[in-house]
Ligand binder design. Structure first.
Ligand SMILES: Cc1cc2nc3c(=O)[nH]c(=O)nc-3n(C[C@H](O)[C@H](O)[C@H](O)COP(=O)(O)OP(=O)(O)OC[C@H]3O[C@@H](n4cnc5c(N)ncnc54)[C@H](O)[C@@H]3O)c2cc1C
Length: 456
């Protein structure tokens, strides 16, 4: 069969870029097609945090971790689901993955030691120094370019070319380009999930379909639909990552470290809505069920701690998104709630933090302890970050069929693949699950696609 290139990769986010690096490193020629005008997708918007168990960075920091502990942590948070084999696979490869990116491809990933975040019993998230996915994307693009792979932006893939049941290429079509076909020995779907597709959200995750979508516009689900049409079973389709507090109207993440250090969230009525320490994703539907906007209440110690460690939060402080309130009356005035209610809520919260009373929502972790005046308040909204359901893949990231065979020539990773955050809802998401499947499966998919292309 004539081919234009060995491997085609659809989408240049974390998954596609990592797949491109792995495929090129294995000697394949690669076409990396991106429909937007810039590489990055959701990965650019993320904090770039990737979990890895047993990395040398952990060892240097005296952290004793293992793939078994990581697998147990993720499954404890997610509960049973359809992609449990993927959890163990990615946990086993996670340390080598991070070390490969850092050592062989000059990607800046450092162990985060000032917080563990949701779902992890141990310090294992690795992120760029600035904790911004933008830097992860830039490093991955540079690494791909060093291997001779350019991101071909503005080239949306419109469909797969399938001959005799085998995927042999893609059709590219967009408003600004003339339609063309590209043929290859293997195709990797790295186009993320369907967070930007209201119709698919209404079908698969109605509970969050009306929430603000805070991810990249390119996540419109077409790659999931193509694999579905080829007979790949879809799995974990009801699972997603939400975020309980995106600063409004500033549009940046209110770091959950604020909650881990002792902040709480108040409704417009001045009441708490639940135990915030269930995590930023699990708490998103709790907030959505009560209100369209809420307020994160913290104090100066928390503000300064997070500002000192996290650039995005420092930026939020810099642009006035974290507002000082001298006392409960000032908090009430900012959020427009009844002063007595706010005073009662914050009083009860302080008593629970000091161990003088049990918390109304059974919260037991209060970080620095009871909030101290002056308070600081951030107006926020809950949001959908990305979907976690997708196509089933094998341990080579090949797209599986229901009968146990695979679709010849087709591989997938990242948001296209069934995720590791449970079957349904937002509460199974552990920090880093998104990039774990993006970068972890991306590397496996790129290597496998190059191998298949070399044989053909
Ligand atoms: C604000 C925010 C913070 C987050 N923080 C974290 C975090 O710290 N850690 C973590 O693990 N996860 C995090 N996530 C989730 C994480 O960003 C995603 O799970 C991950 O980036 C998905 O990677 P991906 O490569 O699958 O998709 P993306 O990075 O979205 O890349 C997919 C690319 O494919 C392109 N594309 C789509 N369709 C086509 C097509 N038809 N043709 C060509 N190109 C196409 C898109 O434009 C996009 O560029 C966060 C998400 C958000 C929104």
């Amino acid at each position: 069969m004539e081919r234009d290139v060995d491997v085609i990769i659809v989408g240049a986010g974390g998954c596609g870029l990592t797949a491109a690096i792995a495929a090129a490193e294995a000697g394949a020629s690669v076409a990396l097609l991106e429909k937007e005008d810039r590489a990055g997708g959701n990965t650019w918007l993320s904090t770039g945090s990737v979990p890895a168990a047993g990395s040398r960075f952990q060892k240097d920091a005296g952290v004793d971790d293992s793939p078994e502990t990581m697998t147990a942590d993720l499954l404890r948070k997610s509960g049973p689901h359809d992609a449990e084999d993927t959890v163990a696979l990615l946990a086993r490869q996670s340390a080598a993955l991070v070390e490969w990116l850092v050592d062989d491809h000059a990607v800046d990933l450092q162990l985060i030691t000032d917080y563990k975040h949701v779902g992890h019993s141990i310090t294992r998230l690795h992120a760029p120094a600035a904790r911004k996915g933008e830097f992860l994307v830039k490093d991955l693009v540079a690494a791909a370019e060093r291997l001779g792979v350019e991101v071909i932006t503005g080239n949306p893939v419109a469909g797969l070319i399938v001959e005799d049941g085998e995927v042999v290429g893609v059709r590219v079509a967009g408003e600004r380009i003339e339609e063309y076909e590209l043929r290859a020995g293997a195709v990797v779907l790295a186009a993320n999930g369907f967070g930007g597709n209201r119709e698919m959200l209404s079908k698969w995750i109605p509970e969050i379909a009306e929430a603000q979508y805070f991810g990249a516009h390119g996540s419109t689900g077409e790659a999931v639909a193509w694999a579905d049409e080829l007979g790949s079973p879809l799995a974990n389709m009801g699972a997603y990552q939400g975020y309980a507090a995106v600063a409004y109207p500033h549009g940046s993440i209110v770091s959950w470290t604020t909650v881990e250090m002792g902040a709480c969230l108040l409704s417009p009525q001045g009441k708490r809505m639940g135990d915030e320490t269930v995590g930023y994703s699990a708490f998103a539907p709790v907030v959505s069920a009560v209100t369209e906007e809420s307020w994160v209440v913290l104090d100066q110690r928390i503000r300064d701690y997070v500002k000192g460690n996290e650039e995005e939060f420092a930026d939020l402080v810099g642009i006035g998104g974290v507002v000082e309130a001298a006392d409960e009356a000032a908090v009430a005035a900012i959020i427009g709630a009844d002063e007595t209610t706010v005073a009662a809520t914050l009083g009860a919260f302080a008593q629970a933090a000091q161990g003088q009373a049990s918390d109304e929502f059974a919260r037991t972790d209060f970080g620095f302890g009871a909030l101290q005046k002056p308070y600081f308040v951030v107006r926020s909204i809950p949001a959908l970050f990305h979907t976690q359901g997708g196509v089933m893949v094998t341990d080579t990231a090949a797209v599986a069929r229901a009968d146990g065979t695979t679709v010849p020539g087709l591989f997938a990773g990242g948001g296209v693949a069934a995720g590791v955050s449970g079957k349904d809802g937002a509460d199974g998401y552990s920090s880093g699950n998104g990039l774990l499947t993006a970068i972890g499966l991306g590397r496996i998919a790129g290597t496998s696609a190059a191998r298949v292309a070399a044989k053909g």
